[in-house]
Every structure is written in structure tokens, then in C-alpha cells.
Design a protein around this ligand. Structure first.
Ligand code: SAM
Length: 180
């Protein structure tokens, strides 16, 4: 059965969020992208545990084991229904700002691949990245901010990084944007 929409998660880390999303939304196709080998192995070892010959990875989940920006460049216009960016690497030093995934330069690319009305979810626990995200979003007209909250919204699976951030006393912010 063809998926109703294609969704993309950028930087899935250990993959808990991607695995939960795929399980909760069997009619959607999820591409989960990660560059870090340990994270990729962590997700694969849960999808296909050693010795479990009957393990059946979710049919609606695909992994992209490289920089998600390479994939985004190749996606068709309006090809995605949702994009998830959960706790991107913060790159807190000002001289590294150009490495942040949320960046004015990538907004047109994300806008191109998200269908009109499509959702972009972002979460960050880093105060510098939170301010930066607010600033970048305030300076654009491609996405309409729908919500900016301090409690993880219903339907957003938890992530490992989030649990560590909260345990360390950091306050995450969760944004939901709609492609105009
Ligand atoms: C701080 S971790 C958060 C992981 C996960 N989202 C979570 O919340 O537990 C950020 C992850 O994004 C990955 N990453 C960073 N830039 C990426 C990119 N351009 N494409 C794919 N993965 C990326 C990193 O390797 C890292 O595993």
C-alpha cells in the first residue's frame, strides 16, 4: 500500500522517535536520516535484534545514513508532509552558527520540499539555539508559526536526548510551523 504522505526526520540519534512515529503512523512513510554510525547501529539493533530471525522492521520506515541535506536537495517539490528536527546539534559558538541546521540558507530548501500546510517540528534544549531559532523564524515568511511551547505536545514521541536534557535541568522548547 502506498503511504499517504512521506515524512522525514533529520538526525534521529538513537532512533526512538523515528521508531515510535513509524509504529504510530502505519499509513505514512517515514525516512529517518542520521550520520552518526553509533545511532544508526542502535536503531538497527532494535529493529532487527541479534538472534531474532522473526524480527520484522516496520514496512513504512526507511533509513538514510548520510547528511539529510543531501537527501533534501534531491526530493521533489512538495514531496514531504512533515519534517522533524528533534534536538539538532546546538553549535553554541557564534563562529559555528553556519553549521546550525536551522539557518536562513536552508529555509527555502525546506519550504520547497514541504507540501503547502505541511508541518515542520523543531525541538531544542539549548538556550542559544532557542534564541537563534526564534530569530531565524521571525525573519522569514515561508512558514507560519503554529505553536511554541515548553511541554512536549501530544503525539510527539520522546527522544533520548530530550530525556538527558530534562534530567540535566535544561528546558526544551518545541516549535510547530506550517508551510505557507
Ligand atoms: C543532539 S543529537 C539528537 C538526536 C535525536 N534527535 C534525539 O533527540 O535524541 C543530533 C543528531 O543529529 C545528527 N545530525 C546532525 N546533522 C545532521 C544532518 N545534516 N543529517 C543527518 N543527521 C544529522 C547528529 O549525528 C546527531 O546524532
Amino acid at each position: 500500500m502506498a503511504p499517504r504522505e512521506i515524512w522525514l526526520e533529520v538526525g534521529f540519534g538513537g532512533g526512538e522517535h523515528a521508531q515510535a512515529l513509524a509504529a504510530q503512523n502505519p499509513d505514512m512513510g517515514l525516512i529517518a536520516a542520521e550520520v552518526f554510525e553509533t545511532g544508526i547501529c542502535s536503531l538497527l539493533s532494535r529493529l532487527a535484534p541479534d538472534g531474532d530471525d522473526d524480527a520484522a522492521p516496520p514496512a513504512n520506515l526507511r533509513l538514510f545514513t548520510d547528511d539529510a541535506r543531501l537527501l533534501i536537495r534531491e526530493l521533489p517539490d512538495g514531496g514531504l508532509g512533515k519534517l522533524f528536527l528533534m534536538f539538532p546539534d546546538p553549535w553554541p559558538k557564534a563562529r559555528h552558527a553556519k553549521r546550525r541546521f536551522v539557518h536562513p540558507a536552508i529555509l527555502p530548501e525546506i519550504a520547497r520540499v514541504l507540501a503547502p500546510g505541511g508541518e515542520w517540528r523543531i525541538a531544542s534544549d539549548d538556550p542559544t539555539y532557542q534564541d537563534w531559532t526564534d530569530e531565524v523564524l521571525a525573519g522569514q515568511d515561508l512558514f507560519m508559526p503554529r505553536s511554541r511551547v515548553l511541554m512536549r505536545p501530544e503525539g510527539w514521541p520522546p527522544t533520548r536526548y530530550e530525556a538527558k536534557a530534562i534530567a540535566a535541568g535544561r528546558q526544551p522548547v518545541y516549535w510547530s510551523l506550517a508551510r505557507i
